[in-house]
Design a protein around this ligand. Sequence first.
Ligand code: FPP
Length: 283
Amino acid sequence: MADTAPDANAGALAPRQVPRSVAIIMDGNGRWAQQRGLPRVAGHRAGALAVDRVTEEAARLGIESLTLYAFSSENWQRPQGEVDALWKLLVRDLKRRGPKCVKQGIRLISIGRRDRMPPTASAELDRVMHETAGGKRMQLCLALDYGGWWDLGELAERVRQGERAGTLPAGPLTRETLERLLPSAAVPPVDLLIRTGGEARISNFLPWQLAYAELLFLPTLWPEFDAAGLAAACAEFARRSRRFGRVEASPEAALRTAPPPPVAPAVAPPRRRGLAALLRSRR
Ligand code: FPP
């Protein structure tokens, strides 16, 4: 079930109430087009305009990292015509997005597989990443041919290779080491996940970074999402109580902090105790 759209009143948000890292599943392009008797690709084109509005507002609000699910590993299963149209649109969009990002101080990066996307898309991505590398105001990350199973599978592969080559730090594998090796390492822990389009699922998006994210599922179709919608989502985020496993949100626990590091793993696993020993210790 989708949440109802929150009231917009983010103008009053203190900077520390603004989520540092936001991720969005931009769903509903196809339905938006269908409702208007248009081809699905028209919905994606309208969706690209929503990306402009939301990116601009995110930077204005002070969000530091915005990650958009633009093409998932599973999207290859769509009709070939739609897949081709999506990549064509993405390449065209990147060409116009570069100069806009430079003007707004936005650094564009991407996560996901590079070996299956059209070479023109890969080349254009490299070019825009290079063009916008100096942007300090916000990171805009496009997830392209991205899937969480791929991300974690590739992480496991890197650990295996690191073990073979002896390049991993000595001792137990820590969260920090794993985060350095994660292919999507450039995306920080997500504070707020927004999914438009009325469905309430994560769809293989950023499983590592979403571990402690606040989830917001909205009925709005993506092409209709706008600056006010993002501001309202941030206002809803500011009303959430984030405890990160504690009993209450302590005053010193900022709303948008990353979760505290995990308890260090025991160096040696506790010795297994037999039933008799356990019973003896209870006496
Ligand atoms: C899901 O809606 C959307 C996509 C698979 C593509 C997202 C692409 C864009 C927003 C356009 C371009 C992106 C950028 C970054 C410029 P859907 O097609 O599944 O919608 P439906 O559920 O209504 O069918």
